[in-house]
Design a protein around this ligand. Sequence first.
Ligand code: ZN
Length: 509
Amino acid sequence: MTGTTSPLDLVRATIGEVNDLLCSVNLLTWDARTKMPKAGAEARGNMLATLTRTAHNLLTSDDFSSELARAEAGAKGEDAAELVQIREGVDTLRRIPARLLNDIAELKPRAGESWQAARRNDNFALFQPDLERMVDLNRELAAATGFSDHPYDALVGSYEPGMTSARLKTLFEELRGGILPLLAAIRERGAQPDTSFLSQRDYPVTTQLQAAERFAALVGYDFERGRVDRSAHPFEISFTRNDVRMTTRFNQNWMPMSLFGALHETGHALYEQGVKPEYVRTVFTTDLVGLYAVAGTSYGTHESQSRLWENLVGRSATFWQAHYPKLKELYPTQLNDVGVNAFVKAINTVRPGYIRVEADELTYNLHIMLRVELEMALLDGSLAVADIPEAWNEKTREYLGLEVPNNADGCLQDIHWSTGLIGAFSTYTIGNVMSVQWLQAAKQQDSRVAPALDKGDVAPLLAWLQENIYQHGRRYSADELLVRATGNSLTAAPYLGYLNSKYGELYDL
Ligand code: ZN
């Protein structure tokens, strides 16, 4: 019997264990957001902290460092690339004190509860102390991670490696330069499509869930390796490619919420389900710095897939010309007198509102800019947490032309800050911009993609995305993937072109 275990095998075994722990964290997180009674929050916080700390300890131990050094000696090719990623993750992690990560993990469930209470009672003060603590911990995290220009760079870098506040400011300016005039033109046009049939008719929740599941399956979500549940704030989460779950939420007075929410999360889920099987329990499905089991290479790349399936495919006229009868079958009386063109216009209405997750494609980015600018100010100290409501309302006035009626519909609407996600919002707009780059490249490189989409067939597009993005997991960075597949880095022009042509046509500008 020859039973020698190489240093590389030992390193891989440890990464596999770390991935198991982090998948367990994801499972407990899924449960906390879908099933857990409120009283369970404190115990859940301890469980999550213990699992995360154990993963952290495995990665930062001196034993693991020695194993890693032995494996690195003489590694070549793909093995070397794998070890480079592990090394980068471990080095960054060793700069961050374990105590700090533990504090953040423990704060999350408590902040989640106080955020919900603040929202329920429309009382920002109930959330303020926990949010102040969260901002302080994130400032510490930025300092420990390291940055040269702005503390925001260290935080955004953990969601979107290579992104900086300076790059974002340029991107946002370019986007504003295109979006604000387009929004003004739509406002001037005055005429809005009829959307009353989506809000004023009875859409039973059970049928909405059926519709969500049917359309998720239609674009390729594999129910043998997933399930759909209900939660206050929709999300997708996975415990390897073989168990990729998502949630949606239902509004009986706005049917599109559950349908497009489900298509959005389906986009995230297709990415996770699509990673190649041999990457399961490896560094290519593990974010070592974020201590998160995920196959998507960055938050922005992930979001580019949810946006692509929700908006570029799911809200396109061609998709509904092919599939509208399937929706009418579920809602025979509700949609009886509504033609497909009226439906497509209604689901693409541009109407500035307070709520980000209900925002249309065009104004969505303005919601993001508002949040990112506040985050940058919170981190560099130019804005105090106590002053968030006022700053929020002022920016809403400036960008969207709206008066915020209360904090529950204003600065308390998002779950993100309560879960410690500071720096992540920008990745939504990055995803929007990137999504059009992918779609253009797919159409240019595979002549079957565009004609199939014209007939409502998404299979060739899914195959292209699978080949160029999903299968690779975290093997390449967002920038590497983009350049490999499209020849360009992140660039605003294709996205602005798409918005102008889409809304020009819909609003007859
Ligand atoms: Zn998303």
